[in-house]
Ligand binder design. Structure first.
Ligand SMILES: Cc1cc2nc3c(=O)[nH]c(=O)nc-3n(C[C@H](O)[C@H](O)[C@H](O)COP(=O)(O)OP(=O)(O)OC[C@H]3O[C@@H](n4cnc5c(N)ncnc54)[C@H](O)[C@@H]3O)c2cc1C
Length: 546
């Protein structure tokens, strides 16, 4: 064990590893990037995390930066769960549900708790945490908070940020703070503190005053239903002068602090839903009908396109119910519309949805039976066949996988994707959250080839330019991370990038917290970090759905 590992091991109750095998294992997440850490720590307590942060801060004060990357299950697709310093693996020990208040509908958890385990526990109390990502079987709640994750139910229930009540956070220097709304009077007291927390309140308040105008202009024009780019400053300071740092930490990908506990709001869960599945013959009419279906406030509107259907048939010999797809028919889209209201209204809404859809197709299935619904949802989750695809070195890479546009621009986004893929001679499959106009699309590339690596960067630049022109965001739910850091400026402009950099400096003056994530990575560095071979093998055991 090297000197630093040995020193830390003697001060922590958790485990410290520096073996080549462990460092290799944690050198990748689910992104196309790679970075080998110096050390891997499995903290057993908040105190362990505080000690690691304090240690790293003191080293940085002496001019040696040993960065800290908090990590959940490493399913991040933006290279934000990897780092070259210390990787803190939170699910190893900090994985408990601490308290559940069913009356107030609040749950207190440690960050490494598995999202699905929490969900199953909540279900037994008639509750649920709505913005679960497709990866929730194997990802953590801490990762979902830090990414501001969203999922198929976010159309109705919003992304993670709407469900986080308060956080406990270890700051860059090891200080421990609790977030929550602080009154104007108490903000002044906080600003008088000589601690890092005091400095953070001074910086945040100052920056919100200085950049108020460009921030308002930016948020007024961002008409997407979810966005996880940059830092969310929308509701930090209210008109009454109060400040709440919670939403700043949500979606900050471990760049402002390490979340050690979270109090989350949860919602009543209705296990009975009405699912309407329809096979539609063209994308234009799909886009139009989605606009009408949105008005019924469904809990999900999801889609897969014809290329994904063909892909699944060819690669996985998937078969589809005859009432949806006849032997000689090739629908352009399969649409999934779910209602989770009380029985009377969900039945009424499903009938109305059926009426709208029947103007376009007679291939419609309505299902109330949960087993039957599972079979239909499995069709939507066939997207995992694309993610696992590997043919002659070409794999489906997540590099432009998460853009979202204002919902009325849905069809234009699809057309832009089609044009771009045709221009680059790439095969295409699209799936995702049609109701939120948040589409997942993975080009098939061989990253061992220089031409494909260059194509990847070109594709990112061209696609994000179009997304921004359509008034969209380059990351609806997976975050910007390290991968999209060079493109954030395109979306938010120079002034907000400057604001994000100043904010980051206020929280993390020595640059120890996940540096290079969100800010501080350029296209050249990205190329240097690119994996030659992309796979998510360490997740393979857990990939039944996406
Ligand atoms: C097949 C597949 C499907 C996916 N589907 C979705 C989806 O539907 N919706 C979606 O939003 N995302 C999706 N993702 C992306 C990712 O799985 C989610 O964002 C997930 O919530 C990340 O959780 P994790 O535990 O794996 O976090 P990690 O990948 O380990 O970390 C994610 C980020 O959070 C930071 N972090 C983790 N814990 C903490 C902490 N305690 N304090 C501070 N920072 C922390 C990390 O540093 C990193 O920046 C998908 C990924 C894959 C591979």
């Amino acid at each position: 064990m090297n000197k630093i590992a040995s020193y830390l091991q003697s001060h922590l109750s958790g485990e410290v590893f520096d073996s080549p095998a462990t460092r290799s294992y944690f050198s990748t997440d689910a992104s196309v990037l790679e970075m080998k850490p110096s050390l891997v720590v499995y903290p057993r307590s908040t105190n362990d995390i505080r000690k690691v942060a304090r240690f790293s801060w003191q080293l940085a004060e002496k001019g040696h930066v040993l960065p800290i990357t908090a990590r959940g299950s490493g399913t991040d697709q933006t290279g934000a769960a990897i780092g070259k310093g210390i990787v803190l693996v939170l699910p190893a020990h900090l994985n408990k549900i601490l308290e559940l208040d069913t009356q107030q509908k609040l749950v207190r958890v440690q960050p490494g708790v598995n999202f699905k385990s929490l969900q199953e526990t909540l279900h037994t109390h008639g509750l649920f945490l709505p913005p679960f990502p497709a990866s929730y079987t194997y990802s953590t709640v801490g990762g979902a908070i830090a990414n501001n994750s969203a999922g198929e139910k976010s159309l109705k229930y919003g992304p993670m940020t709407e469900w986080v009540d308060k956080l406990e956070v270890v700051l860059a220097n090891g200080e421990l703070i609790q977030t929550g709304r602080v009154s104007k009077k108490d903000v002044e007291k906080k600003k008088g503190l000589t601690t890092l927390e005091g400095e953070i309140y001074r910086v945040v308040d100052g920056l919100l005053n200085e950049y108020g105008e460009p921030l308002d202009a930016y948020y007024d024009n961002l008409l997407v239903s979810k966005d996880s780019v940059g830092y969310d400053l929308r509701d930090v300071k209210r008109r009454d002068g109060s400040i709440d740092l919670t939403s700043l930490f949500v979606g900050s990908q471990g760049t402002l602090g390490v979340i050690t506990e979270a109090i989350l709001r949860v919602a009543p869960h209705n296990p009975h839903t009405e699912l309407v599945v329809a096979a539609l013959s063209d994308l234009e009419s799909t886009a139009e009908v989605v606009e009408k279906l949105r008005l019924l406030n469904p809990s999900a509107i999801e889609m897969i396109d014809q290329n994904l259907i063909a892909f699944a048939e060819k690669e996985r010999h998937a078969t589809f119910p005859e009432e949806l797809i006849g032997p000689d028919e090739k629908p352009a889209v399969i649409l999934f519309v779910e209602f989770d209201d009380d029985r009377r209204s969900r039945e009424k809404k499903a009938k109305r949805a059926e009426r709208e859809l029947s103007k376009l197709t007679d291939r419609i299935v309505i299902s109330q039976d949960s087993e039957e619904q599972e079979k239909h949802w499995a069709i939507r989750h066939l997207a995992s066949t694309v993610i696992n695809y590997n043919h002659e070195g070409k794999v489906a890479v997540p590099v432009i996988e998460d853009a979202a546009v204002p919902h009325e621009q849905f069809i234009n986004l699809v057309h832009e994707i089609e044009k771009l893929f045709a221009a680059h001679h790439l095969s295409l499959a699209v799936w995702g959250h049609a109701g939120d106009a948040n589409l997942h699309v993975h080009p098939l590339l061989d990253l061992s080839k220089l031409t494909d690596r260059q194509k990847m960067l070109k594709l990112m630049g061209e696609y994000y330019k179009k997304v921004v022109e359509l008034g969209g965001t380059i990351a609806g739910e997976h975050n910007d991370g390290r991968l999209r850091a060079p493109f954030v400026r395109m979306q938010v402009g120079d002034e907000l990038v400057e604001l994000f950099e100043k904010l980051k400096e206020g929280f993390d003056p020595h640059g120890v917290l996940n540096p290079g994530v969100k800010t501080g990575t350029d296209a050249k560095q990205l190329i240097e970090l690119l994996r030659k071979e992309y796979s998510i093998v360490h997740l393979a055991d857990h990939l039944p759905r996406t």
